[in-house]
Write a protein that binds this ligand. Structure first.
Ligand SMILES: Cc1cc2nc3c(=O)[nH]c(=O)nc-3n(C[C@H](O)[C@H](O)[C@H](O)COP(=O)(O)O)c2cc1C
Length: 212
């Protein structure tokens, strides 16, 4: 095993430290966040910090970087209260990655990165047409993380749209059918493979002796 203590981590050059710490949590979900400003300017940005907060009510969290520079996604969510979360599938990885470039407020990443916007019913935020799993979200609250000035945006799921035949019988998403990818750090994308699925773990089913 390679061992790093906090002094070793502090001594790493900037890029190695960033790469190590950004990838240490393992695979992260790959999503595009679609928003619209009060002047009707659309925005799209890649986020990997999506986290499940609870299923009843259905809440998801997103961590946004400190507001030391203008953050269009954050500003639009606070202004309009609605946003979309769109899985990144394997055929749009490069275009999705490019949405992280610093575009001006009056530039739309949909246009600049060649992704098609889609409005569904009267939901007040744009979805990504190419995405195979899309979620319409309503802003609920923001929680300031005092330790580093990041912000946890808490939102409630208002609607979901999933590619035909990609919901398993038990209601979960079938990632064998969806082409959604995941992320390591800030620059590497992976496809995944199912290994096994277990029933709810109960103490009484723990084997008396493990094979290894
Ligand atoms: C793979 C990847 C994941 C990212 N995840 C996040 C994230 O979770 N939170 C965040 O604030 N920025 C994240 N970013 C950076 C934003 O995409 C970037 O700051 C973008 O310019 C924000 O655009 P906006 O100002 O239009 O919101 C990520 C970038 C990449 C390449």
């Amino acid at each position: 095993m390679i061992y790093f203590n906090i002094e070793d981590i502090d001594k790493l050059d900037k890029v190695s430290r960033l790469n190590l710490i950004n990838s240490i949590t393992g695979f992260k979900p790959a999503n595009l966040i679609g928003t619209i400003s009060k002047e009707n300017q659309e925005n799209l940005a890649i986020f990997s910090s999506l986290v499940h907060l609870g299923s009843k009510p259905p809440l998801l969290g997103l961590v946004t970087r400190p507001n030391s520079v203008p953050r269009h996604t954050y500003t639009n969510i606070i202004e309009s209260k609605f946003y979309t979360i769109n899985h990144i599938s394997d055929n749009i990885i490069e275009r999705a990655h490019m949405t992280s470039a610093k575009f001006n407020r009056d530039e739309s990443e949909f246009e600049k990165c060649n992704l098609e916007k889609e409005y569904i019913d009267d939901f007040h935020a744009p979805y990504v047409k190419e995405s195979e799993c899309k979620i319409g979200m309503k802003f609920i609250e923001e929680v300031k993380i005092k330790s580093n000035d990041t912000i946890l945006i808490v939102g409630e799921i208002i609607n979901v749209m999933i590619k035909q035949d990609s919901v398993a019988e038990d209601g979960s998403l079938d990632f064998e059918k969806l082409n959604s990818v995941c992320i390591s750090g800030l620059d590497t994308y992976y496809k995944t493979q199912k290994i096994v699925k277990y029933p709810y773990a109960r103490k009484k089913n723990i084997p008396k002796k493990w094979s290894r």
